[in-house]
Design a protein. Structure first.
Length: 187
């Protein structure tokens, strides 16, 4: 477990569902982070877990430096799927996770937000490649969630420049009509 800290409060992360004591089955180690709304205290983050350095070294695991947002999730799934990882959970909060307004997870930069889509596609592939295709739809669900965050950002951008788009496409009404249909689809 962990505490979620903001500038104004400290709240222990609580699970909606209880995680049984003892060793956690690999399938559940893969599933709990994807069921974050049920297991908020577990999540797929790296920082709220302890790892064997020998396991990380033996599997030559590294963060993907090309990914700015979500690289810890990908690292976690690669580690668990290495087959050399046993999880045990405690709901006792042992860590303070400071949620800053300037955190990368709060970024509105599309290049940053696009990284998380890459991560969840790779998580889906890892699950499928390693015999866990029965739960890969949870990764696709997270993909859709993050895609919807991007869609909200893009929709606001389009709406703020729609007059310019109309002006530059006076001779191409079909382009403007397409844009109108896209925006109406988000109504």
């Amino acid at each position: 477990g962990y505490f979620k800290d903001t500038d104004t409060e400290t709240i222990p992360a609580k699970n909606r569902e209880q995680i049984p004591g003892g060793a956690i089955a690999t399938k559940n180690m893969l599933l709990y982070p994807l069921q974050r709304d049920y297991y908020m205290g577990f999540c797929g983050y790296v920082w709220n877990k302890l790892y064997s350095a020998d396991t990380v070294r033996a599997n030559r695991l590294r963060f993907d430096e090309k990914i700015k947002y979500g690289m810890d999730i990908l690292f976690y799934y690669t580690l668990v799927l290495s087959g050399k990882c046993t999880g045990v959970y405690t709901d006792k909060p042992l860590y303070h996770y400071l949620q800053r307004d300037a955190a990368i997870s709060k970024s509105k930069e599309l290049s940053v937000k696009a990284d998380i889509l890459i991560v969840y596609k790779k998580v889906e592939e890892l699950l499928n490649e390693n015999g866990y295709s029965s739960i890969s739809y949870w990764a696709r669900g997270f993909y859709c969630h993050h895609a919807s965050v991007i869609a909200e950002i893009v929709r606001k951008e389009i709406k703020s420049h729609l007059d310019d788009y109309a002006e530059t496409n006076k001779e191409f009404p079909e382009k403007f009509e397409r844009m109108r249909e896209v925006l109406n689809g988000w109504a």
